[in-house]
Design a protein around this ligand. Structure first.
Ligand code: CDT
Length: 308
């Protein structure tokens, strides 16, 4: 059998600090139209796609902070994207900063079906970076100042004829993210990211950003027999160089499509969800081979506990 979902990874190039959401949505609409021409079922945009990656700035003014967040989705600026996607019959996934009516702030990603129905809103689980201003850094990574960790963990939803999960950027570096979705039978994981090349706490990792990006997503795909789609906001944004290399990875762990620019670029792959069973039903038949009784440490403790 084949269950083909045609996926477009809609990488965005840099978004300047002054660029309006309306202008970014115009760029997204261009990618959406390319996706429609390529017969995409779903087009995936990056993390915090509507604005520059504002956690690089330390801001204290509450109104200024609020200006980076969306209080509703669709918002007035994103409504043209929702409307056009529905008219074209193309689904999409979009990362945005969410301010809830009761005042919670999340780094979120919405999944919308081809008929315009919202499937789910996922809130980033692993929040990287630091909580307080660290002036020694060439730029900040203040996600832990701006966002709470998503309280709901990793879900999987029926969509696009399969089982679809979501994660956001740093979530992709943690094997637990994939496994929690794998245990729900996930077949397609959608992940937006903003990954600065320079990692201030250990610059020796800078040159490895592309390697680590592929390493974690290819491993997660293979070890859970699922498709994984990683989509960057890439290029030099307000002086900070960010990784591109958006890619679509098969359940075999192979990259089947990859961006070659650091600008706005759509990469497309026909993803056969039935290919997941080749892995989920054999080598990674969880029900047959997993040993949860010896993995209890994974949920019982957070940090390392060394033997005496
Ligand atoms: N956006 C995001 O999560 N970026 C992190 C950067 C490294 S932590 C400062 C990432 O994991 O790619």
């Amino acid at each position: 059998m084949t269950r083909i979902v045609t996926v477009g990874a809609a990488q965005l190039g840099p978004v300047t600090r002054t660029e309006t959401r309306e202008r970014v949505v115009e760029r997204m609409l261009a990618l959406l139209h390319q996706g429609h021409e390529a017969r995409c079922d779903v087009v995936v945009f990056p993390e915090l796609a509507l604005t520059t990656f504002f956690p690089r700035y330390y801001l204290e003014d509450r109104d200024e902070i609020d200006s980076w967040f969306e209080t509703e989705m669709p918002s007035p600026a994103t409504k043209p994207l929702f409307d056009e996607a529905k008219a074209l019959g193309v689904g999409f996934c979009l990362g945005f900063a969410e301010l809830t009516p009761d005042g919670h702030r999340y780094n979120s990603q919405i999944l919308v079906e081809r008929d315009g129905r919202t499937v789910a809103v996922f809130r980033k689980v692993h929040i990287p970076g630091h909580e307080a201003h660290e002036p020694w850094r060439p730029f900040q990574h203040l996600e832990r100042y701006y966002f709470e960790p998503g309280p709901d963990g990793f879900g999987v939803w029926p969509a696009f004829g399969g089982l679809v999960g979501m994660m956001i950027c740093n979530d992709r570096r943690w094997p637990e993210s994939y496994r929690v979705m794998g245990l729900q039978g996930v077949e397609l994981i959608l992940c937006g990211y903003n990954t600065p090349i320079h990692y201030a706490p250990d610059p020796s990792q800078d040159i490895l950003q592309g390697f680590h990006n592929a390493l974690v997503m290819q491993s997660g795909a293979y070890q859970n027999g699922t498709w994984v789609v990683g989509v960057a906001k890439a290029g030099i944004e307000e002086g900070v160089d960010a990784l591109g290399q958006s890619c679509i990875i098969a359940p075999s762990g192979q990259i089947v499509a990859q961006a070659f620019t650091t600008g706005d670029e759509l990469v497309v792959a026909r993803c056969d969800l039935d290919w997941c069973q080749r892995y989920q039903g054999t080598l990674f038949d969880f029900d047959r081979y997993r040993r949860p009784e010896v993995y209890t440490r994974i949920t019982a403790q957070r940090g390392v506990v060394r033997p005496d």
